[in-house]
Design a protein around this ligand. Structure first.
Ligand SMILES: CC(C)(COP(=O)([O-])OP(=O)([O-])OC[C@H]1O[C@@H](n2cnc3c(N)ncnc32)[C@H](O)[C@@H]1OP(=O)([O-])[O-])[C@@H](O)C(=O)NCCC(=O)NCCSC(=O)C[C@@](C)(O)CC(=O)[O-]
Length: 316
């Protein structure tokens, strides 16, 4: 495995696919995830144990995990919205096919919480405490705070409240906390502020940056997070994913930041991602082929910066 300065989590198979209208065949998903692992990703969002009636794309969560070859040193993450999800994750673990990382979801605003998790925040925190108890140290736990930089329904989100949520996760023994900019409302200033506070006030927690590119601010926000000392970043090939834009948030692109573009930015700066750059374009092309359309990545169209490598040593 190549040396890396940052850890990228490839989210195509979960956040990326969750609202795709067509079901992607389980074998196709498993093959893609294994290609991501072969490319060098240390963390991969593999699937979700959400209610399959609500998110049918992951009705095959257990079948997918059973079909997925495992590579040493890779964290395969499954998203968990409630205790039932953790019970399913545990059953798969007992059957020898489980994920080794699960994420526990909370929303920073009441409106997003009731829409996405069908629970008020207080009830979801009860859920999370029960989920952490059930997990009982058998998975690496990720705490995920959605709409941490702004809510499409309520507007501004109080950074103090986000920090309080991060502290609650830490108190439950969750050592990695993702701050989600679910609908692209963060700015470099709010990113610097919140991750700066994470570093100062919760140094025992590893923060993860999870930004959506709804308004084209994804890369500048990742740069701000990098400069604030963040080392863990989420992204998805082709910038796919997010919530169903037209239905819930009034249209537009709600996808993740494209993996190709984030890798290009970091590697151009001499920040090593640990990925096999020679194989990146082929995986990007495969993701487009699977979804049957041109995806939202500039680098997929233009290729990686030819100065990558030349600039090595000029790390930020
Ligand atoms: C929110 C809940 C959990 C409420 O689950 P609920 O309160 O049970 O209500 P329900 O109406 O959805 O479901 C009721 C039925 O579903 C069953 N059920 C209930 N849960 C499960 C489960 N886990 N697995 C399998 N079955 C389940 C339950 O047992 C019951 O069965 P019935 O009695 O009708 O036969 C559910 O509605 C759900 O899973 N919703 C989808 C949530 C979701 O996946 N949202 C998207 C992910 S969040 C995100 O993408 C943001 C993020 C993380 O990326 C960060 C960012 O971008 O910033």
């Amino acid at each position: 495995m190549s040396a890396r300065d940052v850890v990228l989590c490839e989210c195509f198979a979960r956040d990326g696919l969750q609202h795709e209208p067509d079901f992607i065949d389980t074998a196709v998903k498993a093959d893609l995830i294994d290609r991501f692992a072969a490319l060098g990703f240390e963390r991969i969002e593999a699937t979700s144990y959400s209610n399959p009636k609500v998110v049918p794309q992951f009705g095959d969560a257990s079948e997918l995990l059973a079909a997925l070859p495992r590579r040493a040193g890779v964290w395969y993450k499954a998203t968990c919205a409630n205790a039932r999800a953790v019970e399913r994750a545990l059953a798969d673990l007992d059957a020898g096919i489980g994920a080794n990382e699960i994420s526990l979801l909370v929303s920073a605003s009441e409106s997003h919480s009731t829409r996405n998790l069908k629970r008020e925040r207080a009830a979801q925190w009860d859920n999370i405490a029960a989920m952490a108890r059930l997990a009982n140290g058998r998975f690496r736990l990720i705490g995920t705070i959605s709409v941490a930089f702004g809510c499409p329904f309520e507007g501004a989100v109080d950074p103090d409240a986000v920090m309080a949520d991060a502290r609650r996760f830490a108190a439950l023994g969750v050592g990695i906390v993702t701050l989600g900019d679910t609908t692209g409302m963060a700015t470099p200033a709010s990113v610097r502020d919140l991750y700066g506070r994470m570093a100062r006030e919760l140094p025992e927690v590893t923060p993860v940056a999870h930004f959506h590119d709804t308004r084209g601010t994804g890369l500048v926000n990742y740069l701000a997070a990098l400069e604030a000392g963040v080392t863990h970043f989420d992204c998805a090939f082709g910038g796919v994913g997010g919530h169903p834009a037209k239905v819930r948030y009034g249209g537009g692109h709600t996808g993740n930041v494209a993996t190709e573009d984030l890798v290009n930015l970091f590697e151009s700066m001499g920040v090593r991602t640990g990925l096999d750059l020679r194989a990146l374009a082929a995986i990007s092309a495969r993701c487009q082929e699977v979804l049957g359309r041109v995806l939202h990545s500039r680098v997929a169209q233009s290729g990686l910066n030819p100065l990558i490598g030349v600039a090595a040593g000029a790390a930020a």
